[in-house]
Design a protein around this ligand. Structure first.
Ligand code: ATP
Ligand code: MG
Length: 509
């Protein structure tokens, strides 16, 4: 049976057509992957299937019957559930409370029959082999577990079609593997699954069929077994893509050290040391990678480096000047740029225009601000140049960042920080949610930037990104540096051990 069918489904935002006569079929109990460049229209399509957006034209058929989905409640009533890229859970509530939220079934109309409901949740956890405790608070569990809660929330509502929008973007490699197992298991138990992803390896490993979307149109529908990564990349981007850009820059070992962190530490609100006595330096022209399993102090280290947290010990110097614990604005003024890890929380203001976002943080510089007045013409030309150089796909030049697709929003930040031309760039997850063609472009931009004699500190949960771009890598575990490696002559095994906090010597003992 066809679980989902769309016929000429079209969505327009003003004069911009985000989905252009999309026709596709998702069969019962299959895993379908949807791929396409940033801004191709993938999320728009899924949002229509989940009742969040109303189609401008065309039809949606669920189980071969035409439906009119006005809201997610309608979608759920039709058996369709969606897990968004940005989780929508309440951190201070428990797993159980979050699952029930919005679907409370009341006994005698006013009381929730907690015992029965907990048992039900527990039964689902067992049935789908999810490792979760219904009584844990969301804020205490890992990102991977939170995602399982989002999936469980949908299963609790008895959906048999699950849509996941870029589910692996925020997961660690191990969590990605666990999710793959869970999804295959859900399929085995009868569910139909639609996954949007930029990672072609996942498409090949997971899906039965794949649909490629470009500029709002379907340009390919095929069985996964009949295609391969290179072909998909070629279709999406329209040219051959180098899947791994490697660093051929030669860094002079005697090059000047421009950044030096000396025995820095910080504790979280519970008094636990999350950055523990770290010392490292970065030379001119060098890309220093920081590897580690997420949650081992990288976020806090970046907060210290960007002035959002204080180091309680030690010093930081830049160009020989002591910059320990100075304000974020001063750090930027000294010549350190930042691509933050959470683009919407720290990197952009969604409600503001593209122009305002492309100068944010640099808005008092002479080129865009004279006598305290912002120079619109200069800002607009900066915006247009950024859009061109970084191939940012926008519907409306004068629109807000909220109307951009996830990957294009990320590219606004990358463009802003590189164009400001700082002496050093702290790049956190610079290609998260970005399509393969743009990953290649951003990697090339970073290498080019370093080649000009600037420094980069690269923090990424994509180990392959760290290993292919960095000149030198330090590995973090539990807030400490567990080792330093040369990526060109180190195997992944050694990095994995260091990430787990095991030194080579210890292993041999
Ligand atoms: N509310 C909106 N108003 C105006 N334009 C929009 C709106 N939502 C999306 N768009 C535009 O529609 C196009 C498709 O966006 P969509 O979010 O579907 O892309 P996507 O394929 O999911 O991309 P990504 O991989 O970056 O997430 C984009 O060009 C975006 O700017
Ligand atoms: Mg999207």
């Amino acid at each position: 049976m066809n679980m989902i069918q769309t016929i000429d489904l079209t969505k327009r935002f003003g004069d911009f057509t985000a989905n252009d006569h999309i026709s596709l079929v998702v069969k019962e109990q299959e895993i379908k992957c949807i791929v396409g460049e940033n801004g191709a229209g993938k999320s728009t399509l899924m949002n229509m299937l989940y009742g969040l957006l109303e189609p401008t034209e065309g039809k949606i058929l669920i189980r071969e019957k035409e439906v009119n989905l006005k809201s997610p409640t309608d979608a759920i009533a039709n058996g369709i559930g969606m897990v968004h890229q940005h989780f929508m859970l309440v951190p201070s509530l428990t797993v159980f409370e979050n699952i029930l939220l919005g679907a409370e079934i009341k006994k005698h109309k006013c009381l929730i029959d907690e015992k029965t409901e907990i048992a039900k949740v527990q039964e689902l956890i067992a049935q789908y082999h999810f490792e979760l405790n219904p009584m844990d608070k969301i804020e205490d569990i890992s990102v991977g577990s939170r995602q399982r809660v989002e999936i469980l929330k949908m299963l609790y509502r008895n959906v048999d079609i699950l849509i996941l929008d870029e589910p692996t973007a925020v997961l660690t490699p191990q969590e990605v593997d666990e999710l793959m197992v869970s999804l295959k298991n859900l399929k085995k138990q009868g569910k139909t699954i639609v996954v949007i992803t930029h990672k072609l390896r996942e498409v090949m490993e997971l899906s039965d069929s794949v649909t490629v979307i470009k500029h709002g149109k379907v340009i390919g529908n095929m069985e996964t077994k009949d295609t391969n990564e290179q072909e998909l990349a070629q279709m999406m981007v329209g040219r051959n893509v180098i899947l791994t850009v490697s660093n051929n820059n030669m860094v002079d070992e005697q090059a000047e050290i421009i950044y030096k962190a000396d025995h820095i530490s910080t504790a979280n609100i519970f008094g636990k040391k999350v950055v523990d006595n770290m010392s490292f330096c970065v030379r001119k022209g060098e890309i220093l990678g920081i590897a580690g399993v997420e949650g081992n102090g990288q976020s806090e280290l970046v907060k210290i480096m960007s002035g959002l947290m204080e180091t309680t010990e030690g010093t930081i110097s830049f160009h020989g000047e002591n910059i320990t614990n100075i304000w974020p604005k001063e750090i930027r003024n000294k010549g350190i740029g930042i691509i933050p890890e959470d683009r919407y929380a720290q990197g952009l203001c969604k409600e503001m225009s593209l122009g305002d976002n492309i100068i944010a943080g640099y808005h008092s510089r002479k080129d865009v601000c004279r006598r305290g007045i912002l120079q619109r013409k200069a800002i607009n030309s900066k915006r247009d140049k950024g859009i061109k150089d970084f191939d940012i796909r926008v519907g409306d030049m004068n629109g807000t960042v909220a109307a951009l697709s996830g990957g294009n929003a990320q590219k606004i930040i990358v463009s802003r920080e590189l164009t400001a031309n700082p002496d050093m760039l702290i790049a956190c997850q610079p290609t998260r949610g970005v399509d393969i063609g743009s990953i290649e472009a951003i990697h090339k931009h970073l290498l080019e930037y370093a080649k000009k004699g600037n420094a980069v500190v690269l923090i990424s949960s994509e180990l392959s990104e760290i290993m292919s771009l960095s000149d030198r890598v330090i590995v973090m575990c539990k807030g400490k540096i567990t080792g330093e490696i040369e990526p060109r002559d180190t195997n992944m095994m050694k990095v994995g051990l260091l990430m787990a906090g095991i030194h080579e010597e210890e292993k041999n003992e």
